[in-house]
Ligand binder design. Sequence first.
Ligand SMILES: C[S@@+](CC[C@H](N)C(=O)[O-])C[C@H]1O[C@@H](n2cnc3c(N)ncnc32)[C@H](O)[C@@H]1O
Length: 226
Amino acid sequence: MEELEIIVTQDGSHSVLSHRFGVSYHSRYGAIQESRHVFLEAGLFTVAPGLRKVDLLEIGFGTGLNALLTYAEAAERKWTIQYEAVEGYPLELEQALSLNYPERLQVPELKSVYEHMHRQPWGERREIAPFFALNKRKELFERLHYPDPAFDLIYFDAFAPNAQPELWDMPVLERMAQALRPGGVLVTYCAKGSFKRNLRSLGFTIEALPGPPGKREMTRGVLKDG
Ligand SMILES: C[S@@+](CC[C@H](N)C(=O)[O-])C[C@H]1O[C@@H](n2cnc3c(N)ncnc32)[C@H](O)[C@@H]1O
């Protein structure tokens, strides 16, 4: 059996099933729908209108769907994005390029953007457009240190706590808090109680928001000033 298998979710967009972790990369109800709801609407759209220039950290680049959707919104709304994405177990290039996101989004330009994102070498910052720079880091997030608060927004999109509990625990969450500027925002699809309590103890104000279809709740944390 292939370790990673492409599946079709209910909104017609692809996702990937990881046999290693026993989970899919996105909701079975719709990958594009979930990404838009959790990371764009609850994250980017609350941060970017005020700042216009956003330093963004993604934990779990995976298929690159969040990056592609973020690019499309930035292009449309004239926001500038510096996108840093960490990925511990990258997809094979061929598999990533066979995913149907550019077609589903029906914006012709996005096909080459998506290809650029995936073909770009790891560990090098590249301008995909004057308003969008991408740096992909092929690392396990828990091995990285971000000692300075350099980000306005974190897309926390690792696998769920039952698949990888260590990523949702204090030592790793502390690194995220250190990486965020005061007032910075962390969004994730997860709504687990212990995770939210951990974030609170690190100085986040927590909002439990309605989740995407199939999920009752998701979480947005805002790091308090000072
Ligand atoms: C839920 S998937 C979402 C991926 C991506 N955001 C997307 O939309 O396709 C989780 C991703 O986190 C990656 N990952 C798992 N553990 C990791 C770790 N310790 N450090 C960095 N990335 C990790 C997985 O390989 C996978 O690509």
